[in-house]
Design a protein around this ligand. Structure first.
Ligand code: GLN
Length: 324
C-alpha cells in the first residue's frame, strides 16, 4: 500500500472516530475498583493492515488493561500446546445466552459453554497452568507479546484490585475444579486468569494482535509465526459466534466479523486476511461491551464492506483502497 492509499483509509478511520466522539452512552466498569479510575472520554481506533502498517485516530497509545480481549489469544495458545481434542473436552464452542460471568456449565457435558466467557477462560487458564506449571504466566505473556509485537506487562494495581475482589471468578475456578476440568488448585487457575486480564495494552497493540489472527497467525509487522493455522481457525470461529456474549447474534448481523470485547474498554475485531481492528473506549454497556467500540466496528464494517457475508466480497469497499 502506498501512502496515498493509506491516507484514504486513514481519512475513513478519522471520520468514524470524529462521528462517534460525541457518544457518551455506557459507564466505566467499576466492579473491579481500579478500573473505575479510567477517564471515561478516552477513545482510540487503530487499524493494522497485512503489510504491518497501523492507521490510527485518537487515544491509540493510552494503556488500559486487556481484560477479556485476552481470552481468544489464551484460547489459541491452549489449542496450540494441548491440541483441539484435549481443549474441546474441557471447553465447548457453543454460545451462552447468559452474562459473561455466569456460574453456568453445559448441562450433561459439565464444561463451560465456550472460551470467550469467564468460565471457559478460567478453564483455559487452569489447563495452561497445568501444562506449563509456574511458568504459565510467562509463557502466555510471551505469546501475547509476540502477537502485539512488543513486550507486554501487568498493570499491578488492576491485578491487585481484581485479585482482592474477584470472588465470583474464584467460585467459577472451584466449580471447574470440582467438575474435573483441571487438577491444579482452583486459586492457581484464577490467579493466572487475573494476571492475564491485567496485561496492559494500547489500541495499537490490540489492532496488531487482531492482525496477527487475520494474517493466519503471523505478526504482519515482525513476520513472526505466533499461532498455527488450526488454532487460528478455531479461535476465530468461537470469536465469531461467542465473542460478544449475549449480544453475539446482533453483532454478527450488524458487523459480521469475529471480535472480542473487554470491560477495560478494549475491543478487537478481525477481518480475515485483511485487517486487525483495535478500539479503546472505557464506557461499557450492560453486557460489558464498550459502547463506542461496538459502534466503531459497525461503522467501519459498513463504510469498508467488511461483513463476512457482504454480497460482493468481504472488504469490497476496502480492497480498492489497499490495491490502488
Ligand atoms: N477480568 C474481568 C472479569 O473476569 C474480565 C471480564 C471482561 O472483560 N468481560 O470480570
Amino acid at each position: 500500500m502506498n501512502s496515498a492509499d493509506g491516507g484514504h483509509l486513514a481519512r475513513i478511520v478519522a471520520e468514524v472516530h470524529a462521528r462517534l466522539a460525541v457518544v457518551t452512552d455506557g459507564e466505566v466498569a467499576d466492579y473491579i475498583p481500579a478500573l473505575a479510575l479510567m477517564p471515561p472520554d478516552l477513545f482510540g481506533i487503530a487499524v493494522a493492515t497485512m503489510q504491518g502498517e497501523v492507521i490510527e485516530a485518537g487515544d491509540t497509545r493510552r494503556p488500559f488493561t486487556i481484560q477479556s480481549v485476552s481470552k481468544p489469544f489464551a484460547y489459541a495458545v491452549a489449542l496450540e500446546v494441548l491440541g483441539r481434542e484435549r481443549v474441546r473436552q474441557a471447553v465447548g464452542v457453543q454460545p451462552m445466552a447468559e452474562a459473561f460471568n455466569a456460574l453456568v456449565l453445559e448441562p450433561r457435558r459439565n464444561r463451560p459453554y465456550n472460551a470467550m466467557v469467564n468460565a471457559g477462560a478460567i478453564a483455559v487458564a487452569g489447563l495452561l497452568r497445568q501444562h506449563f506449571g509456574p511458568a504459565a504466566f510467562d509463557e502466555l505473556t510471551a505469546r501475547l507479546s509476540d502477537a502485539a509485537g512488543r513486550p507486554l506487562a501487568v498493570d499491578q494495581a488492576v491485578y491487585e484490585s481484581e485479585a482482592a475482589t474477584g470472588h465470583r471468578n474464584r467460585a467459577l475456578a472451584h466449580l471447574l475444579h470440582a467438575a474435573g476440568i483441571f487438577t491444579v488448585p482452583a486459586d492457581e487457575a484464577a490467579d493466572l486468569y487475573f494476571r492475564q486480564c491485567s496485561l496492559s495494552v494500547t489500541a495499537r497493540d490490540v489492532a496488531m494482535m487482531g492482525a496477527t489472527l487475520a494474517h493466519i497467525g503471523a505478526n504482519p509487522r515482525t513476520g513472526q509465526a505466533v499461532f498455527g493455522l488450526d488454532a487460528v481457525r478455531d479461535t476465530l470461529s468461537v470469536m465469531f459466534s461467542c465473542g460478544l456474549y449475549d449480544g453475539a447474534g446482533e453483532w454478527i448481523c450488524r458487523v459480521g466479523v469475529p471480535a472480542k470485547s473487554g470491560v477495560g474498554g478494549g475491543l478487537v475485531a478481525v477481518v480475515n486476511r485483511l485487517l486487525g481492528i483495535g478500539v479503546f473506549s472505557p464506557r461499557v454497556d450492560g453486557a460489558g461491551n464498550p459502547v463506542r467500540g461496538l459502534l466503531a466496528c459497525e461503522h467501519l464494517s459498513e463504510d469498508l464492506g467488511l461483513h463476512l457475508f457482504e454480497s460482493s466480497n468481504p472488504g469490497s469497499r476496502l480492497l480498492p483502497l489497499l490495491a490502488r
